[in-house]
Each structure stands twice: as structure tokens, then as C-alpha cells.
Design a protein around this ligand. Structure first.
Ligand code: PGA
Length: 252
């Protein structure tokens, strides 16, 4: 894993956007793996700013999102369909049929999971997967003790995750109990992974990722086995790391 130290959230977001844009410009027909949550909002803002300058087109790009809540329709303001539309898709020229997100209201969720895997395979896999990390080390909605061999599946959300995400809902009782998520093995098949970690509240997770063992109790730890992972973290997130790990760019 490579750790790129960033001063703050803004610098981290700009650097991550630059990396995505380099791929979009160099390989017009590529597949981006996208994430939701607070962390990537700044990246999407930077991509929209770039798009408005008129130098980038996403017509040849496909996107696959990591996850979606079960039971929320596309137009529900808390669905990840809605998040992606308002943060990114409505502002750029990525064709709608190339914006792929699991359908959380599919009649048969198991079939939906299998179809999602098929879609990713047909696209030739994910070229660059953007990831955030949960306080408990989850990636996508793969909660602690999800098998490293998991593929896209329906998951029961951990209470900690529902509480963390309750800030987007009017009440915790409205946070869905389940989600569809790409599996850990699915994520690990991405050619490149860009993991963004920002803020003091994520410092413990970053420290555990770097210093802890590879174990299913901390899903993100498997990323140590991936040949091409870049972590971009800001100073607050790095506050619990040993000095030597925090060069401007450090191979771990
Ligand atoms: P956050 O979520 O970006 O909203 O902190 C990240 C995650 O839970 O994966």
C-alpha cells in the first residue's frame, strides 16, 4: 500500500480527483468504482468543477457503485442513487445507462446481486475503485467478519454503521437494516484502489489498518494483500500514526 499524506480534506479531495481524471483522460473507455458517504463528496465536487471547464467527457466511462440500501427507491433522498445523482451524475455527461448501482428494491435481491457481478465482469472489471472506510473497518457495507471471499451480497447492517449513518436520516429508526454491497473479493478484483481517509474520527481506523493484522474482524485489512492500493489521508486521520509512516509519500 502506498500512503499519500495530505494536509487537509480539500487537498485529499483534489489529489483523488486528479488521479481519477488521469485515468479518464488516458483511457477513455474505463470503469470507475464509486463510493458514497461524506468522504468522497469533495472528490465529486472537484470532478464537477473540472467538467465545467469543458475538458473532460465521461461518455465512454461506466461507473459501478459499491452499495445501496435495501428498501429505498431511486428517488428517496437517502438512497445512494439519489446521492450519486445530486453529487455527480446530474452535473456531468456520463450516460444514464452507464451509471450502475445495485437496485435495493429489486423483487429478488439474490438475483440482483448475481446480475451485478455479471455486469461488472462484462465491463471487464473495475479499473479504479474509490473507497472510504468505516470506523469499524468496513469497506462498502462489508461489516466485520464478512468473509474475505464474499461476492456481491445482501448484508445486515451493523448497529454502529446504522448509528453513524443516522445523521443523514431524520431518525435512526428510518435507517434501513439491510443493504446490497459488492463483496470483499469483488472489491479486491479492482485493478487499482484509492482509499480516502479523512478526519480525527477515522484516525483509529487508519492506525489499525496500517499496524494491525489481516483479519476478517477488520475488513479493510485485506487491502494489504492488493498489489495496487493508494491511501490518501489527511493530517487529522494520520494523527495516531508513527512519524516514519507519515512522509509525503510512503510505501508501507
Ligand atoms: P463516510 O463513510 O465517508 O461517511 O465517513 C465511509 C464508510 O462508512 O465507508
Amino acid at each position: 500500500m502506498k500512503l499519500i499524506a495530505c494536509k487537509d480534506y480539500k487537498e485529499m479531495s483534489k489529489k483523488a480527483a486528479k488521479e481519477i481524471l488521469e485515468l479518464v483522460h488516458s483511457e477513455k473507455r474505463c470503469t470507475l468504482g464509486l463510493a458514497t458517504g461524506s468522504t468522497p463528496e469533495g472528490v465529486y465536487k472537484a470532478l464537477v468543477e473540472d467538467f465545467n471547464k469543458g475538458e473532460t467527457s465521461y461518455k465512454q466511462v461506466s461507473s459501478v457503485n459499491l452499495d445501496e440500501y435495501v428498501g429505498l427507491t431511486k428517488d428517496n433522498p437517502n438512497s445512494y442513487h439519489h446521492y450519486m445523482k445530486s453529487n455527480l451524475f446530474q452535473h456531468i455527461d456520463l450516460p444514464e445507462n452507464q451509471q450502475l448501482i445495485p437496485n435495493g428494491v429489486a423483487n429478488d435481491l439474490e438475483v440482483e446481486c448475481r446480475e451485478y457481478e455479471k455486469t461488472i465482469a462484462e465491463l471487464g472489471g473495475v479499473d479504479l475503485q474509490l473507497l472510504g472506510i468505516g470506523h469499524n473497518g468496513h469497506i462498502g457495507f462489508n461489516e466485520p467478519r464478512t468473509p474475505f471471499s464474499s461476492r456481491t451480497h445482501v448484508v445486515d447492517l451493523a448497529e454502529k454503521t446504522r448509528k453513524a449513518n443516522a445523521r443523514f436520516f431524520s431518525d435512526i429508526t428510518e435507517v434501513p437494516a439491510q443493504a446490497i454491497t459488492m463483496g470483499i473479493e469483488t472489491i479486491m478484483e479492482s485493478k487499482k484502489i484509492l482509499l480516502l481517509i479523512s478526519g480525527k474520527s477515522k484516525a483509529e481506523a487508519l492506525s489499525k489498518l496500517i499496524n494491525g493484522p489481516i483479519d476478517e474482524s477488520f475488513p479493510a485489512s485485506i487491502l494489504k494483500n492488493h498489489p495496487n492500493v493508494t491511501i490518501m489521508a489527511d493530517e487529522e486521520a494520520m494523527s495516531l500514526l508513527e512519524e516514519e509512516a507519515v512522509g509525503r509519500q510512503h510505501i508501507l
